[in-house]
Ligand binder design. Structure first.
Ligand code: NAP
Length: 293
């Protein structure tokens, strides 16, 4: 398994995962991922840390580069997940670490007794807002509509939390900052068009994710947002290449569904390898490929 610089992905930046089966009291995301790693190790998985820089799926065996290092494989499971979306405001990225964050569990601690806003109305936004009430003295959710998209159990947790206030029908048009970092935001009410300013020290952006598929452009079929297209479970348009988890799932995006498609991909990869019409370690038949070593 080649994992990136954040092994475990999004689940390592979340707090309680309440809906993963087998944990009646819930489990912290990082603990769940560590358990999965230990379990995979028990079955002989070797872990390689690094960012894949290039892939070539046009020839078999497939080739995968980590900088100068080249890996070759007869079958590949892609589970590169998704990354947080940004608002598209000019100074957003330059203010990372100086008030702008996409991860409350990573950065919330730095906002003790400060005022913060959370943008978004989904599960991530409300979960982050609730988490931030542990540290911040004021948490405001800015949402572009007048109702939350979050699942009822999480939404109720935020709506019933006195430490959280809401700005409905609103969009951030500007993040105001000085040399130290964020000092406030400018908000536009999307129904009235009225603008206002809100003082704050932190802006947590929680407006969803985009799949991490830049590596596979022009090689694998994708939808408009870049999710890999799969059929018959986890098959991509190239036989032997399978996709599992948020990289191919735009509908469910849960830890349990990601694990489920991961299981499907493993079974399908195993069957694919079993059905290969040649011994991959020795030679090539039927002109499918040339495999050395
Ligand atoms: P999401 O469900 O896609 O929600 C994104 C939110 O951000 C929506 O409220 C959306 O507004 C808003 N938004 C999107 N683009 C925006 C923009 N450019 N400007 C302002 N607002 C914008 O994403 P998510 O909350 O990250 O959740 C993703 C998936 O993970 C979901 O399936 C969720 O159930 C799951 N998840 C589960 C848990 C858990 O079970 N503990 C925790 C986190 C996430 P609209 O409502 O108007 O579309």
């Amino acid at each position: 398994m080649i994992h990136g610089l954040q092994p475990g992905g999004q689940l390592t930046t979340t707090t309680a995962v309440d809906n993963y089966p087998g944990f009646p009291e819930g489990i912290d995301g990082p603990d769940l991922m560590e358990n999965m790693r230990l379990q995979a190790e028990r079955f002989g998985t070797k872990f390689v840390e690094g960012e894949v820089t290039k892939v070539d799926l046009q020839e078999r065996p497939f080739r995968i580069w980590l900088g100068e290092d080249l890996y070759r494989c007869l079958s590949l499971i892609i589970s590169t997940g998704a990354s947080p979306k940004l608002l598209g405001l000019g100074n957003e990225e330059s203010l990372y670490g100086r008030g702008v964050s996409v991860c409350a569990t990573c950065d919330g601690f730095f906002f003790r007794d400060r005022e913060v806003v959370v943008v978004g109305g989904g599960d991530t936004a409300v979960e982050e807002a609730v988490f931030l009430t542990r540290f911040a003295k004021k948490v405001t959710i800015i949402h572009r509509r007048d109702s939350l998209r979050a699942t009822p159990v999480l939404a109720d947790r935020a709506l019933g939390n006195k430490a959280i206030s809401f700005k409905w029908d609103s969009a951030i048009t500007e993040i105001i900052n000085d040399e130290q970092g964020v000092t406030g935001i400018r908000i536009k009410n999307l129904k009235t068009g009225k603008t206002s300013e809100l003082t704050c020290d932190g802006v947590f952006i929680a407006i969803g994710h985009l799949p991490n598929t830049a590596l596979f452009v022009d090689q694998l079929e994708m939808d408009d947002e870049g999710h890999l297209l799969t059929k018959n479970g986890t098959e991509t348009n190239i036989s032997g290449v399978f996709a599992a988890g948020d990289v191919q799932d735009l509908q469910f995006r849960q830890a349990v569904t990601a694990a489920g498609t991961g299981c499907m991909a493993a079974i399908q990869a195993e069957r694919f390898l079993d059905d290969l019409p040649y011994d991959p370690t020795l030679s090539c038949k039927k002109g499918i490929c040339k495999v050395k070593g």
